[in-house]
Design a protein around this ligand. Structure first.
Ligand code: 1PR
Length: 513
């Protein structure tokens, strides 16, 4: 681990897993005095591997942070994906393809089944004509809908991936192992071709975590957010231990794991965040992206000092989280934003965290519930529903809630998600209080409404009961679908969901390599 400048002298190989936005990452490297030391290390001919921003660092610059210079080794700049026909960031699993059959020294190019985890809005976009000067660098290409980009580079002692091998399951660990164990880095000249898009729809396992009445941290599961047994004791439902369940879902093939600390609306001092330990232990054994939600906001410690949300998030990232999910605080931020006439102040938790860690690191978790009305109302986006309300109302709007659904606010789901996208969130976790725990299928009308309102990825959540439900959600265009109850109760294994989707022709990730 490189902690100080002297560590560069003894390092034999360096892996630089850069995270965050390009500008702040480069600034931080310079502040630490590491920018030039990395340059010297690479020039010395010792093996270097960059990951994500660690790869972009090798470029001349990035559209993400105008005027900030990278190392300039790769003769290219990173540009933003176009959100014309697809969600941005490119967040999920995709292939890294190469036309040379014998070039699989590091990456499994040959089997189009091998998928790696990507999460980025910027990259080295590729087209055959303009990128002829990149020829000697390109090691693999990946296509995301209508754009192809360079997903890894390799030249001399330098190897770098835009995807995250450390989050790409066993396939990714093989990439890291090859880099660590292989000394000869020169390979044959590669044949470049733009591969077909193999972007997968993600299947996410969600673990709602809280203390039970005995003070143990357990995974629980609610019915429309009520997590107590319907018995006389009314104890908290206990579905298992957070770390071991996460391990199980990783082994079962979950593409991502989400932990939600569901009682975090209670005040918590920074040093006592219960999920930090869960994340540390999980990230030692689980090699897919981890999202943590619950209590991501400005906190006060017992002495009354303010701890900004960015510091809270930093603790979680350091403990192994890849994304943080913001619930209640996103609703309050959206209210402020709308009230101010859409002024960006930079002070909301979404803005604080996305500025440093990038949009892709900030998820907004939405807890809406239906409000039925007999005709459309002026201040909220209403839909005509196929499932009329209790008094036959033909319209409804989706009201946002905070504090685990305990309090409703005068913000609808379109206002919330659109505001949060502008504030800098990179993904929407779309729960639905009416559907949660019902096994009756996702609220497809809600999904359609939100999906058509934002350009960022949307995760369908709440209500999954059968493998078919995932297909129906994906037909509405969501990038991912999440379930809890059916996985915890072992009613529908993750494998069955993926097998069903694959048989229907979806691109799906199986990590059997
Ligand atoms: O407000 O930033 O502290 O975040 C709190 C987080 O905790 C929010 O993301 C909120 O959704 C979540 N939360 C709070 N209370 C509950 C509860 O259940 N009492 N869980 C709760 C929300 C919804 C999903 C669930 C899916 C799938 N749970 O996470 O896993 O609905 O369930 P299903 O497949 O069984 O239908 P903050």
């Amino acid at each position: 681990m490189i902690n100080k400048k002297d560590d560069f002298k003894v390092a034999k190989k360096i892996i630089f897993p850069g995270v965050g936005a390009f500008g702040p990452a480069m600034e931080r490297l310079k502040q630490l005095g590491f920018f030039d030391l990395l340059k010297d290390f690479i020039n010395s001919g010792k093996p270097f591997m960059g990951i994500c921003v660690g790869m972009q660092f090798l470029c001349e610059g990035s559209e993400e942070s105008d005027g900030v210079k990278g190392l300039g080794l790769i003769p290219a700049s990173c540009t933003r994906f176009k959100a014309d026909t697809k969600a941005v960031p490119h967040m999920g699993w995709n292939i890294a393809a190469n036309g040379s059959p014998d070039s699989a020294t590091y990456i499994n190019h040959n089997k189009n089944d091998t998928k790696y985890y990507f999460v980025h809005s910027y990259g080295i976009l590729y087209n055959e004509k303009s990128n002829s000067n990149l020829k000697e660098w390109i090691y693999s290409l990946t296509t995301y809908k209508n754009e192809t980009f360079v997903s890894s580079v390799r030249k001399g002692n330098v190897f770098a991936t835009q995807f995250h091998p450390e989050k790409s399951g066993w396939a990714g660990l093989k990439v890291l192992k090859s880099f660590l164990e292989t000394d000869v880095l020169q390979g044959p000249e590669f044949i470049h071709f733009a591969p077909l898009c193999a972007f997968t729809n993600r299947i996410i396992a969600c673990l709602d975590v809280r203390e039970n009445d005995d003070g143990d941290l357990v995974v629980t599961k609610g019915d429309q957010y009520d997590v107590r047994e319907k018995t006389e004791t009314g104890s908290i439902r206990n579905m298992g231990k957070p770390v071991s369940l996460a391990q199980q879902y990783f082994n079962d093939g979950a593409d991502e794991i989400t932990f939600l600390n569901i009682t975090s609306f209670r005040s918590m001092p920074l040093h006592d965040l219960p999920m930090l330990e869960v994340l540390k232990k999980t990230s030692e054994e689980v090699f897919v992206p981890l999202t943590i939600g619950g209590g991501i906001r400005d906190l006060k410690n017992p002495s009354g000092d303010l701890i900004p949300a960015i510091d809270v998030a930093r603790e979680y990232f350091r403990s192994g989280a890849d994304k943080v999910s913001i619930g209640s605080d996103a609703v309050f931020a959206a209210e402020e934003f709308l009230k101010s006439g859409k002024v960006l102040t930079g002070t909301s938790s979404i803005e604080q965290i996305s500025k440093v860690y990038g949009n892709q690191a900030v998820v907004v978790s939405v807890d809406p519930r239906r409000v039925y009305v007999s005709s459309p109302i002026p201040n909220h986006t209403c839909i005509e529903t196929q499932f009329p309300g209790p008094r036959g109302e033909k319209f409804c709007w989706y009201q946002c809630t905070v504090k685990g659904g305990r309090e409703t606010r005068d913000v609808d789901v379109v206002q919330l998600t659109q505001s949060c996208e502008i504030l800098g969130c990179g993904e929407i976790l779309l729960n639905c209080m009416d559907k949660d725990g019902t096994n009756s299928g996702f609220d497809l009308e809600l999904i359609k409404l939100v999906k058509s309102s934002v350009n960022i990825p949307v995760i369908a959540s709440s209500g999954a009961g059968r493998v078919e439900d995932f297909h129906f959600a994906f037909l509405e265009g969501v990038e991912a679908a999440l379930a809890a109850g059916i996985f915890h109760r072992k009613e529908v294994p993750i494998f069955n969901v993926k097998k069903y989707l694959k048989d229907l022709g979806y691109s799906v990730r199986f990590d059997f390599d």
